[in-house]
Design a protein around this ligand. Structure first.
Ligand code: KE4
Length: 423
């Protein structure tokens, strides 16, 4: 008797490319078929065949309180009663803008959009419009959404499916993007020596989490800041995943490096479609209708997404969620390190984000991450899934803890991962 998920996947493949609305969901790199979800609550998701999993994907970051938190559901319900979309300024847009600028001091002005891709795409166009320059520097393995200029040696699904350089991006456009190894400041300095006055911006995930998860080495981000200052180039932090998760003010609060622009998303939508970009007022004031750089969106500032995001942020602040997430992350890490000791595995964690690489370390950049034994990862992924733990279906993604995970969930997960590594 085929499962309901299988039946749905067969139907989906007839009408949706690959049967999914986002490639990483297709299980192509890990093999097998994706399960279809029926509901989610706390740290658990339930598939259409009634099986439950402890979820460490958390819809790729937004579910920081766990799935379907009551405060967010109630906020959406209340907002929906007043209307679903207006295309007219609404008070929540002011509250969200003031909240983002309060939590992320480098953001003096901010504009809401509907995805992380829109946020980074707008940052790139704004940087080019503000500087009058065309070149962009990004880092191999970093993923900034499916923006033409940034689908060059990209991470996440592009890397997972072996197409870091997407078809359909004009060669002339891709040639304006220089992709360099992360943590290699000499390579960045050399690029500036060659193209300095043509480089509009550097865009970087300050903590790359789309080739697994690895960390900036001391001085790297500071070095990017200095090189940008020396060449009047803008520094863009893509904090779509790290923003409001690693700290109220994102990773820039922890590292003390002040970017000129920041891309945001995920947590501030509470699970509804959202993105945001912001930064120095003198740069942001170049945006239409004040300035010459055009950017727009029918659903930007949507009242339901903002109600959800504001409720989530208020709850995080009320519970001092970041401290709780760090304690949870430390307990999770202790359990994992005990389980993997003596094995050729590398575990990285920062706050509530983590990755287990199936290779010996160090893992400092994409080239190191690519040494991972994907067959071993795939066996581990499926052994965990069969036993009721859902990790990201790719070695090149990060895992997420939430306030919906408990010590018991971590203990249960540890028993399952320990058994999975024996297989
Ligand atoms: P979206 O356009 O998918 O909302 O955001 C793009 C994006 C931008 N910047 C960073 C740092 C991101 O991680 C993302 C999207 N994250 C992936 C997960 N690695 C989304 C998952 C997917 O593509 O389905």
């Amino acid at each position: 008797m085929p499962s309901r998920s299988h039946e749905l996947f067969e139907a989906a493949k007839r009408r949706i490319p690959g049967g999914v609305n986002s490639p990483v969901r297709a299980f192509r790199s890990v093999g097998g078929e994706p399960f279809f979800i029926e509901s989610a609550s706390g740290c658990r998701v339930r598939d259409v065949d009634g099986k439950e999993y402890i979820d460490y994907v958390g819809t790729w970051g937004p579910a920081i309180l766990g799935h379907a938190p009551a405060v967010v559901i109630e906020a959406v319900r209340e907002a929906a009663g007043c209307g679903l979309s207006f295309g007219i300024p609404n008070p929540l847009e002011v509250e969200m803008a003031e909240t983002i600028c309060r939590l992320v001091p480098s953001v003096e002005r901010v504009r809401m959009v509907n995805s992380g891709t829109e946020a980074t795409m707008s940052c790139i166009r704004l940087a080019r419009g503000f500087t009058g320059r065309d070149r962009i520097i990004k880092f191999e393995g970093c993923y900034h959404g499916h923006v033409d200029s940034l689908l060059v040696k990209a991470g996440s699904g592009a890397l997972t499916h072996g197409r870091p350089d997407s078809a359909g991006v004009p060669a002339a456009l891709a040639a304006l993007t220089v992709a360099l190894p992360f943590n290699d400041l000499d390579a960045v300095a050399a690029a500036f020596a060659r193209d300095g006055r043509e480089i509009a911006a550097i865009i970087v995930e300050p903590v790359p989490a789309n080739a697994g998860l690895y960390l900036p080495e001391p001085g790297f981000l500071e070095g990017l800041r200095a090189l940008c200052d020396a060449h009047d180039t803008l520094l863009i932090f893509d904090e779509v995943m790290t923003g409001f998760r690693l700290a109220p003010g994102g990773y820039q609060e922890l590292c003390g490096v002040r970017p000129d622009l920041t891309a945001l998303g995920k947590v501030i939508g509470g699970g509804l479609p959202v993105g945001a970009f912001g930064g120095r007022a003198d740069i942001m004031d170049h945006l239409s209708p004040d300035g010459p750089v055009y950017q727009a969106g029918t659903l930007s500032g949507n009242p339901l997404a903002l109600a959800a995001g504001l409720a989530q942020l208020r709850e995080l602040e009320r519970r001092d969620g970041w401290e709780a997430l760090e304690a949870l992350g430390a307990a999770f890490e202790a359990a994992v390190r005990e389980t993997i000791s003596g094995r050729p595995l590398t575990f990285h964690r920062i706050g509530s984000m983590f990755c287990l690489y199936f290779t010996e370390g160090p893992v400092r950049n994409l080239a190191d991450a690519l040494r991972s034994d994907r067959a071993a990862f795939n066996r581990y992924f499926h052994a965990c899934l069969d036993a009721g733990v859902y990790f990201a279906p790719s070695q090149f993604e990060a895992g997420f803890l939430s306030l919906g995970h408990t010590a018991d969930d971590i203990a249960a997960t540890n028993r399952i991962t320990r058994a999975a590594l024996q297989e």
